[in-house]
Design a protein around this ligand. Structure first.
Ligand SMILES: Cc1cc2nc3c(=O)[nH]c(=O)nc-3n(C[C@H](O)[C@H](O)[C@H](O)COP(=O)(O)O)c2cc1C
Length: 206
């Protein structure tokens, strides 16, 4: 039985194009495999622990092979719980609105908590970084107000997709499929077409 983790990073609930496409994709994957065990996190509702000085010193202590003091141990436990919940999944659906050409701050907060030595990546004696998550699959569901393509001459502005591929690759998740709902802010017709295009991409994938 495979585990699927749905991570929503739009706070817009039923108005969200990325959440809508992610829900459609989830349904399609469940139709193919009704034994999927689904866990869901909405990053604007989740109680994310702070990524503060104690957490950073706990991270560096791990990297330097040093023990944690009491405050670092508490901060590290919260990070471990979050990383273990993430690592337990075999499949991810991450819905990702574009905010200021990049990702929403709650998703960046989640990533900063998740990307940790000994939990999701390791550093070997030669100083080589290795992702610890293996045999996972991620579906990245993007939404943006505008269109970011080579043809439109706007691709260079897009700090959303390349970053997500890079950071997931860093922790070992390289089997990635992408769905794009765009443009969502070019009028109601264009927004409707963006939803339809995303549904079509999902149909092809699933
Ligand atoms: C704070 C904020 C910043 C945004 N920045 C951009 C941007 O840089 N480029 C863009 O094309 N759209 C931008 N948008 C529009 C969103 O990408 C668009 O509304 C998208 O549909 C959001 O995803 P959602 O519908 O899943 O919430 C921004 C929206 C917000 C709220």
């Amino acid at each position: 039985m495979k585990k699927l983790l749905l991570i929503e990073s739009s706070p817009r609930k039923e108005r969200s194009h990325s959440s809508k496409a992610a829900a459609t994709l989830l349904q399609a994957l469940q139709a193919k495999d009704n034994s999927l065990q689904v866990d869901k996190i909405n990053l604007f509702e989740a109680d994310l622990p702070p990524f503060d000085g104690y957490t950073i010193s706990a991270k560096y202590a791990v990297m330097h092979g040093q023990p944690h003091d009491e405050k670092q141990a508490k901060a590290w436990q919260a990070v471990k719980d979050l990383a273990e919940r993430f690592s337990a999944a075999d499949i991810y659906i991450i819905s990702i609105p574009m905010w200021n050409f990049s990702i929403p701050y709650r998703l960046k907060h989640y990533i900063d908590l998740l990307v940790q030595p000994g939990l999701t990546f390791s550093v070997d004696e030669a100083g080589q970084y290795n992702g610890l998550l293996k045999n996972k699959k991620a579906y990245l569901v993007y939404a943006s107000g505008g269109v970011y393509t080579e043809e439109a001459g706007t691709a260079a502005y897009d700090q959303q997709k390349g970053y997500m591929r890079q950071i997931l690759g860093f922790i070992g998740i390289t089997d990635i499929q992408e769905i794009i709902a765009a443009p969502t802010l070019a009028g109601p017709e264009a927004a409707e077409k963006a939803d339809k295009d995303a549904a079509q991409q999902i149909g092809t994938i699933a």
